[in-house]
Design a binder for this molecule. Sequence first.
Ligand SMILES: [Zn+2]
Ligand SMILES: [Zn+2]
Ligand SMILES: [Zn+2]
Ligand SMILES: [Zn+2]
Length: 407
Amino acid sequence: MAGGLRSDALDDLEGLRITSLDDDDEEQVEEIAIYEDEDEDEEANDSVVLGFVKKPKNPRSLLRHLFPSKAGGVPAWLDPVNLPSGRSCLCDICGEPLQFVLQVYAPVDKECAFHRTLFVFMCTSMDCLRQDQHEQWKRQSEKPSRSVKVFRCQLPRHNAFYSSEPPKKDDKPSGAGVTLCDWCGMWKGIKHCSSCRKVIYCSEKHRVRHCNLGHEYDCKRLRISSLSSDSSLSDSETVSMELQKVACKTLWPEYKIIQEEESEYAMEMTEDNVWAGSLVSRNRTDNTMTSLLEAFEGDDDRKSWASFEERIGMAPEQVLRYCSSTGAKPLWPMSSGRPSKADIPKCSYCSGPLRFEFQVLPQLLYYFHVRNDVNSLDWATIVVYTCEASCEASVAYKEEFVWVQLS
Ligand SMILES: [Zn+2]
Ligand SMILES: [Zn+2]
Ligand SMILES: [Zn+2]
Ligand SMILES: [Zn+2]
């Protein structure tokens, strides 16, 4: 099994670090599709781990001490204390706090990254994502304004938050994290409601939104209860330590990400059943394809699309493609609008090279119940590049680089 994407934390952690990662790189997958790269004309036969979403049987299985890979809902912050702060939590374009898309637990063979999770956030505005398209071409010196951000967090085996031994089924997250925003449940709470002083927000925007959408009533009640006694609060605090209660109703639905080797699908596939055994996401996928086809500019895009379609068609419900080997390349829906090597910046912490690690597919939008009309959020792929060395830095959450292709 390739290194990354340990989604089923319990199963994986039972074998935590016992198996050697050494022979993974040699693993060859049956050659499935060839796509060309302008730079190297290399065949893409890296072993790919696919991610699929599944409703969790028990939402507690997605808590942070079980090191989940998950999509939607709120993040299970690996370091629950030193969260991203300030402008990094915001869309650089409209200033709204970003929404959690997914996280991938992907430890690497390095003492300081015994635990390692990548977190993807984005602004829910399609206008911002269109603007982001122009910004991603800017060289780092120009400080691009992004509406999609990725953070890398890693911890050594011996750390302040988790036992060095694999967690047991009924463990609870040990130690409290920082208090999170009562509206979004994602970002650090920094601003109390000035009248009840009981609820806390990540930003003025979320304070105002909660105020407009129902906090006023609770606020009075909380003021009264705090005058008589505050015993009720300690109860709710213990609950919120485990499962964060979130006031806003616009988070994306929460899923566990499960993993499968792409090579297993390659075996099963024949030309006729590309779409067989499907498919909740058939509609979504069809529409995505139609709009992609309409967007095609030339033969290169047509060819690129054909191989994209063929490869994705082996497992059309995949929402994520993860590749642990360093030379891996993303599967581009279109050949135009791809970054060249020069468009991928150096790591902003160690100045070392970044490498492609995973990509998110538009099928996820279907599972997020995002409507499929002109102004709804949509993308062809979101490609995540991370520091090849998984370097250490003084911040707990290191911002990595992301490239988006729109359909
Ligand atoms: Zn925005
Ligand atoms: Zn918030
Ligand atoms: Zn209040
Ligand atoms: Zn680095």
